[in-house]
Write a protein that binds this ligand. Structure first.
Ligand code: 3PG
Length: 212
C-alpha cells in the first residue's frame, strides 16, 4: 500500500496549481469542478469555510469524473473526520494542531499540514511529514523564504499557498523544494457567480500550462 507521503505527492503532482475554493452551494461546486478539470486541474481543494462545503465535497466526489477532491481549512479532528466521510482524498490544514495530527494518524486519507517557520517544519518532520503547505506564502516570506529553507531543511517539499497568482507562481514552481502551488485565482468569485465556466476553464488551462 502506498505510504501517506506517496499518496499526497501523487495527488499534488497531478498539476502545478491546486485550486483553493470557497463554495456557496454544492450544485455550482459541481459545475466549477467540471470547469477546472476540463482545464487540466484535477486536484481541487474545497475549504470548510461555508455551510455548503461538506455537501460540495460529497457532490464533487460523486459526480465529477476525473476530480480528486480534497478538503481545506481543517482546524480540528471533527472537521477531519467529516471531510473524510464526505469523500475527500486529501486534507489541508493552515497550521499544526495536536487534534488534527491525531486524526491524520488514525486516517488513511493523507494530511497536508501548514507551516510558516523552520520550527514548524522540524516539528512536522519529527511527526513523519515530508510534504507540507507553506502558508500564507507571500506574507510569510514568499519564494525567497522557501529558497532559504531548501538547504537547511533539505528533503522537505512544499505547496505554497496564499497570495499566489499567475504572475508569481513561477517564482515558486522553479524552486527544487516546491511540488505545486495553491491558489484561489483560478476560480474568481465573479466568474463563479456569473456561471462563466468557460472563463474558469481558460484560467485553469493557463495555470496547467505553468507545468515545467
Ligand atoms: C486561502 O487560505 O484562502 C488560500 O491560501 C488561498 O489563498 P489566495 O486566495 O491568496 O490564493
Amino acid at each position: 500500500m502506498a505510504s501517506k507521503t506517496e499518496k499526497v505527492l501523487s495527488i499534488l503532482k497531478l498539476q502545478p496549481v491546486v485550486p483553493v475554493l470557497i463554495v456557496d452551494d454544492a450544485k455550482s461546486a459541481v459545475e466549477l469542478a467540471r470547469a477546472l478539470v476540463a482545464g487540466g486541474l484535477r486536484a481541487i481543494e474545497i475549504t470548510l469555510r461555508t455551510p455548503a462545503a461538506l455537501d460540495a465535497i460529497k457532490a464533487v466526489a460523486a459526480e465529477v469524473e476525473g476530480a480528486n477532491v480534497g478538503a481545506g481549512t481543517i482546524l480540528n479532528s471533527k472537521d477531519y473526520e467529516a471531510a473524510v466521510k464526505a469523500g475527500s482524498t486529501f486534507i489541508v490544514s493552515p497550521g499544526i494542531a495536536p487534534g488534527v495530527l491525531a486524526a491524520a494518524a488514525d486516517s488513511a486519507v493523507p494530511l497536508l499540514p501548514g507551516t510558516a517557520t523552520p520550527s514548524e517544519v522540524m516539528t512536522l518532520r519529527e511527526a513523519g511529514y515530508d510534504v507540507m503547505k507553506f502558508f500564507p506564502a507571500e506574507q510569510a516570506g514568499g519564494a525567497a523564504m522557501l529558497k532559504a529553507w531548501s538547504s537547511p531543511l533539505a528533503g522537505t517539499f512544499f505547496c505554497p499557498t496564499g497570495g499566489i497568482s499567475l504572475k508569481n507562481a513561477k517564482d515558486y514552481l522553479s524552486l527544487p523544494n516546491v511540488v505545486c502551488v495553491g491558489g484561489s485565482w483560478v476560480a474568481p468569485k465573479e466568474l463563479v457567480a456569473a456561471g462563466d465556466w468557460a472563463g474558469i476553464t481558460k484560467l485553469a488551462s493557463e495555470a496547467f500550462a505553468l507545468k515545467a
